[in-house]
Design a protein around this ligand. Structure first.
Ligand code: MN3
Length: 232
């Protein structure tokens, strides 16, 4: 009798734990499909030519993770849970402020990590170089215009290089966590390069020297990824 009830308890525990691990793997699979939290594609100190390890760690683990979890909370139980970020941005003016801020914060940072690389820097080549020359005259002229957009953004925001409807490149800057995909912009486009100019992105190392941070950014730009984004 004692043996039988012991066996029952063991079987029940095994069954319950199998069930809950199945539920767990199912929900993490769903999360993988849409709005999953991406891994940082390099070590925290990998971009030290431009960004110090401590800033990268705090930026990724605190700020970025915060936007992601607040975004999930803001869309919880709404139809937006099944929409891509691009679709959400196309109508973002209709949604609560928390969706705009946190969907933006999630998308912008996820993109920012990928357009930088420890093997980055130098100059773009091929079709991207051609497109930059066509739109801005030269790579140097493009850099100057992008730096101006990044440096002159008052308060917190981002600088962008995007492709417009006609396939032409343009530079813009947005406030807070807005981005060029949002319907709140006068001119919308698909972003292919971005730079975070919030103080949290550079203050530990550069303090008030935003222009030094912008200057060092060019040393880590992943032009291959920017070119990939232009193709899409
Ligand atoms: Mn940031």
């Amino acid at each position: 009798m004692k043996k039988t009830s012991f066996l029952l308890v063991v079987i029940t525990i095994m069954f319950t734990s199998t069930l809950s691990s199945q539920t767990l793997s199912l929900s993490s699979q769903n999360e993988k499909a849409l709005h999953a939290f991406p891994e940082l594609p390099y070590a925290y100190d990998a971009l030290k030519q431009a960004i110090d390890s401590e800033t990268m760690n705090i930026h990724y683990n605190k700020h970025f993770r915060g936007y992601h979890s607040k975004f999930l909370k803001a869309i919880e139980g709404s139809p937006l849970e099944k929409q891509s970020l691009e679709d959400i941005f196309a109508n973002v003016s209709k949604y609560p402020e928390a969706v705009r801020n946190n969907a933006g914060g999630f998308y912008n940072h996820a993109m920012f990590w990928t357009i930088m690389s420890p093997d980055g820097g130098g100059e773009p080549t091929g079709k991207l170089a051609e497109a930059i020359n066509k739109s801005f005259g030269s790579f140097e002229a493009f850099k100057t215009a992008f730096e101006k957009a990044a440096a002159s953004r008052f308060g917190s925001g981002w600088a962008w290089l995007s492709v417009d409807e006609g396939g032409k490149l343009f530079i813009s800057s947005t406030a807070n966590q807005d981005n060029p995909l949002m319907d709140v912009n006068e001119k919308q486009g698909h972003p292919i390069l971005c730079l975070d100019v919030w103080e949290h992105a550079y203050y530990l190392r550069y303090q008030n020297q935003r222009t030094s941070y912008i200057g060092n950014f060019w040393k880590v730009v992943n032009w291959d990824e920017v070119a990939n984004r232009m193709k899409k």
